[in-house]
Design a protein around this ligand. Structure first.
Ligand SMILES: O=P(O)(O)OC[C@H]1O[C@H](OP(=O)(O)OP(=O)(O)O)[C@H](O)[C@@H]1O
Ligand SMILES: Nc1nc2[nH]cnc2c(=O)[nH]1
Length: 185
C-alpha cells in the first residue's frame, strides 16, 4: 500500500498534544516505582505486546532494577486502522509461563479486548499470577469487561484516537515524543 507522506506529516502537525514528553516520562517513573514495589521479589516474566508496547516497555524496563526476564508477543486487532476487529495472534508467547508471575506491558487499554485475551491466555497456561501495565487508559464505557482496569496505569486519557509513544497512526508516529490525539477524532 502506498502511503501519502504529506498526509502523515499533516496529521502530526494538526494533532493535539495531550501529554508532552516530560509528563509521559514522569508517569513512567511512577509506574516503574509501583511495579517495583509489587513485583521486585517475584522473578517475573515481562511480556511486551508488540508493536504498540515497544516504546513504553523499553523505557519501563531500564527503570525496573530487579531480576526479571523479558520477552515479547505480537497480537493485533487494529492492523494500522483506527477501529478494532478480531484479535490476530501473530506471535504467541514462547516461554513456559506455568507457575510464573507474568507482567503484560502494552501501550493502551482502549476497549480492552486485546489485554483480556492475553490475560486469559496466560491464565490458561497455569501462571501463578498475571498483571498488566499500560501507558494509557482511554476513558469511556465500552470496555470489554465491566470496570476493566490495568494493574498499573501511566495516564488516563480522553476518548480520542491517539498516537505517539508506541501508538501509531496508519503505522506511523509510534516515535512521536508525546501522547497526541488526532484532529477531530
Ligand atoms: O484495548 P483494545 O481496544 O483491544 O486496543 C488496544 C490494543 O490496540 C493496539 O494494538 P493494535 O491492534 O493497533 O496493534 P499494534 O500494537 O501493532 O499497534 C494497542 O497496541 C493495544 O494492543
Ligand atoms: N494508535 C492507537 N491504537 C489504538 N488501539 C486502540 N486504541 C488506540 C488508539 O487510540 N490509538
Amino acid at each position: 500500500m502506498s502511503v501519502d507522506l504529506d498526509h502523515i506529516q499533516t496529521v502530526y502537525a494538526e494533532a493535539d498534544c495531550l501529554f508532552p514528553e516530560a509528563q509521559v516520562e514522569a508517569a513512567i517513573d511512577r509506574v516503574a516505582a509501583e511495579i517495583t514495589e509489587v513485583l521486585a521479589s517475584t522473578n517475573p516474566l515481562v511480556y511486551t505486546v508488540m508493536n504498540g508496547g515497544l516504546v513504553f516497555a523499553g523505557k519501563l524496563l531500564t527503570r525496573l532494577n530487579f531480576p526479571l526476564e523479558s520477552s515479547y508477543l505480537h497480537a493485533t486487532r487494529y492492523r494500522n486502522t483506527t477501529s478494532g476487529g478480531e484479535l490476530d495472534w501473530k506471535v504467541p508467547p514462547a516461554q513456559d509461563m506455568k507457575g510464573r508471575t507474568v507482567l503484560i506491558v502494552d501501550d493502551i487499554l482502549d476497549e480492552g479486548h486485546t489485554l483480556a485475551a492475553i490475560v486469559d491466555f496466560c491464565k490458561a497456561q497455569g501462571v501463578e499470577q498475571v498483571l498488566t501495565a499500560v501507558l494509557v487508559d482511554k476513558l469511556h464505557d465500552r470496555k470489554a469487561r465491566e470496570n476493566m482496569k490495568s494493574d498499573f496505569t501511566g495516564l488516563d486519557v480522553e476518548d480520542r484516537y491517539l498516537f505517539g509513544y508506541g501508538m501509531d497512526y496508519q503505522g506511523y508516529w509510534r516515535n512521536a515524543p508525546g501522547i497526541f490525539a488526532l484532529k477531530g477524532a
